[in-house]
Write a protein that binds this ligand. Sequence first.
Ligand SMILES: Cc1cc2nc3c(=O)[nH]c(=O)nc-3n(C[C@H](O)[C@H](O)[C@H](O)COP(=O)(O)O)c2cc1C
Length: 193
Amino acid sequence: MKVLVTAASRHGSTEEMAREIAAILDKAGLPTVVASPDEVQDLAEYDAVVLGSAIYLGRWLDPAKAFAARFATEFERVPLWAFSSGPIGDPPRPFGAPPEVVAILEPLNVREHHIFSGEVDRGELGLGEKLLTRATGLAEGDYRQWAEIGAWAAGIAETLRKDLGWRHEGAAEREAALKEWWEAQLHQSTAAG
Ligand SMILES: Cc1cc2nc3c(=O)[nH]c(=O)nc-3n(C[C@H](O)[C@H](O)[C@H](O)COP(=O)(O)O)c2cc1C
């Protein structure tokens, strides 16, 4: 049983979010792999996928779009969660899912699409991006809400465990220990009887 977390990121902040989501899934006992969307050849070894992308000018980045197109038919078997990172400021702007992202996710049987606030670090931007942020009045700063990201990932873990019958690793160990104890008890009482 394995989860894939994959996200398209231009300046790294969405990738950090993907790593945090993966760490939380792992901690919840679900073995999780992080890979960039371009690296993934097939989904045969995965039982669930979390796909993310930064939003630029109302669009997902190409590697995330290509991933969605490449594996579109697999998401009947493999449950898919999606996230976008983008809105900046307090309150976060722009608001709501861009139509192009909605159109990409609509046919994919996605369990949930969550939009998280992102990060704009002006020092990291290229000249064109700097001009665009100025022209569109996009704020600067790190608005990523780690507690919200963590809670979302914990919700995915919970769903995978409950709905899809995945067991927490600790639970499996406890179950095995209990079984061993019962067997020992049984053995003792048979030997005694
Ligand atoms: C030029 C530019 C355009 C952007 N356009 C959008 C947008 O249309 N919608 C949005 O929500 N965020 C937008 N953002 C914010 C980014 O999505 C946000 O900074 C994101 O967290 C960047 O992720 P990355 O570091 O993984 O590339 C834009 C940022 C820049 C620099």
